[in-house]
Design a protein around this ligand. Sequence first.
Ligand SMILES: COc1cc(COC(=O)c2cn[nH]c2)cc(-c2cccnc2)c1
Length: 245
Amino acid sequence: MRLDIVTIFPEYFAPLDVSLLGKARRRGDVDVHVHDLRGWAHDRHRTVDDTPYGGGPGMVMKPEPWGEALDAVVPPPSSARLVVPTPSGRPFTQELAVEYAAEPWLVFACGRYEGIDARVIEDARERMPVDEVSIGDYVLAGGEVAVLVIVEAVSRLLPGVLGNADSVTDDSFAPGRMEALLEGPVYTKPATWRGRDVPDVLMSGNHGAIARWRRDQALRRTAARRPELIGRNPLDEADRRALAE
Ligand SMILES: COc1cc(COC(=O)c2cn[nH]c2)cc(-c2cccnc2)c1
């Protein structure tokens, strides 16, 4: 997979060498290229923003540098999938992460200020798929952190990046599973820590009972923290009992 990232803060992406992605890069599974948008701002001050038409606070990113940058990074007629993190985007979900993990080429546009001139997205849509995605209902100063989130969620799904392949299919939001339950509590050695014991069932070796206990914990946690997700899961009698207790 090739990833291109266009930003006015290329240094934001130094962490990509140390995270999960570092391994994937060294293995050659991912090829990351970071580009400084100012490279396509030709005035003396390398200006990338200007005041918004119609007035209002803040600044808007100018279309010309973006147009030239995207033409250079994705030379026509080639096509990549353009991902633009923005508070006004559609929700970035595990399902979309799985979709992105299957893409050969993703290009990320990091917006700053109040956003990017809308014509940049319109122009790009004429020659590549463009997704405006939100990683959450809050406003960041720029898209860089959102790109790090998306790139990490996607790269961990790439074959071989995670040590244990199972842990990806067991993800609570993995679309492969019939459900979207939150992860329940997890434990490791020591068996007793500060006077607190690991639940006996997990020490029992009874894999049926362990699976039941884990599902009950996930159901209860989901009902308590994300009740809106419960309805997405087919519940059997045992599930309903667990929720009723
Ligand atoms: C591309 O246009 C953008 C991008 C971003 C950075 O992304 C996020 O904030 C985000 C991404 N998922 N969740 C939040 C911020 C704005 C913006 C809008 C209004 C006022 N101030 C800033 C516009």
